[in-house]
Design a protein around this ligand. Sequence first.
Ligand SMILES: C[S@@+](CC[C@H](N)C(=O)[O-])C[C@H]1O[C@@H](n2cnc3c(N)ncnc32)[C@H](O)[C@@H]1O
Length: 227
Amino acid sequence: MEAKVKDRIASWSERWNTGNTGWHVAGVNHCLMEYGEALLPSGSRRRVFIPLCGKTVDLKWFYDGGHEVVGVEAVEKCVLEFFAENSLKYVTETLTWAKVFRTECNRLKIYCCDLMDVELEALGKFDAVWDRGSLVAIYEEDRKKYAALMKSLLTPDFKYLLSTLVYTPTESFNGPPRNVPTELVEELYGDVCKVEVLGSQEDEGRAKKWNLKFFTEYIYLLTPKTQ
Ligand SMILES: C[S@@+](CC[C@H](N)C(=O)[O-])C[C@H]1O[C@@H](n2cnc3c(N)ncnc32)[C@H](O)[C@@H]1O
């Protein structure tokens, strides 16, 4: 078990160290541009959670929108790059389970640790979640724990925007990013969430790159089941 946990982070650390970070985009994610309104009811300040945040500029996009943003990322190198590349000053704090990097105003915070080790009470609850390159990045065997953890962080009127990828895994490519079909999203979140597909888009470039018949990005809005 211990070896697996070390391996979980080591492979990502290796990717950051060698620049094997093809998922990282320079601009704000296109799904957020298109569907961000569904996540953020206008005029309200939200607490936004970005699991496995890497150094996505989406963190800054939410911050610039006046929201409180919390990310979790295991690899310190990219957390440092995030603050440097976005010209944001930060202070650090060392907890028993994470090193925290935060703006002085405390409105943007990245916990540097394994997501599976977070102290849920310390993170607090979130009105909004932006999950891109996260559920699709984790090991299959971590998925149930991941979904339980995510669901435990939601406020009663949450909105959770989830980006997944669907393809037929082959011997030469089975991720990450991993294949996460709609049935799996339902299985993991359907007990407490209404699962709505907002859109989907073929990515012929990545299908070709990995020699797959198709590679489709899906975007879901998860909301409380009772509403
Ligand atoms: C595919 S990248 C996606 C990053 C970001 N969400 C984006 O859209 O650019 C996955 C990120 O999660 C981090 N990561 C992987 N497993 C993790 C874990 N168990 N806990 C915290 N971070 C993790 C990796 O270092 C990497 O930066």
